[in-house]
Design a protein around this ligand. Sequence first.
Ligand code: AKG
Ligand code: FE2
Length: 202
Amino acid sequence: MTSKVDFLPLIDTVIDQGYAICDNFLTDPELTTLRELLRNQYSEGEFKEAKIGDRFHQTKIKSIRKDEILWLSKGEFPETECFYNEIDRLVETLNRYCFLSINDYEFHFAVYPPGAFYKKHLDQFKTNDGRLMTVICYLNENWDSSFGGELMIYPGDDSKTIAPLPGRLVLFKSDELPHEVLKTNKDRFSITGWLKHKHTPL
Ligand SMILES: O=C(O)CCC(=O)C(=O)O
Ligand SMILES: [Fe+2]
């Protein structure tokens, strides 16, 4: 069963303040299922060090981000079906009410082991890879403020920290909101993705 969040107020909030937080995106059983899948894949060594830029900047990379990721695709793991169903509903709502033309998305699991972080950045690269909206959903079992690992966002001249609480979803415009992941003291789990517009030849 899905939680059936009403996405309209969430989308209104993104339009107003550039980001929105939703605390019940996944139900507890859905969260547990996704976390178990992530843990199994991680312990089987399926995750890779996350990268930025190209292969000539390897030394810089580890000083910028230290998470490990596993790219996902819809239909690959039955455990992710509930998540993708909700994402499809979110995309439909965004396209209908915001006149966006999202026609593609990409998601990965991420593990930030103790000591990991991701320095301040924007998610849409200069090469413009079509990323319109960033979606992050935290899969942690519990989270205490002593664990660190907050998402820090910089709307306008302001800054705000967001704890990676279980089942919490954060949504923002990929090209507008600088953000970073503060150093975590505990394994930090998430599923992160981008809602995109892919240009297709006529
Ligand atoms: O996990 C988070 O809170 C943010 C991750 C992030 O910024 C990214 O993967 O681009
Ligand atoms: Fe990011």
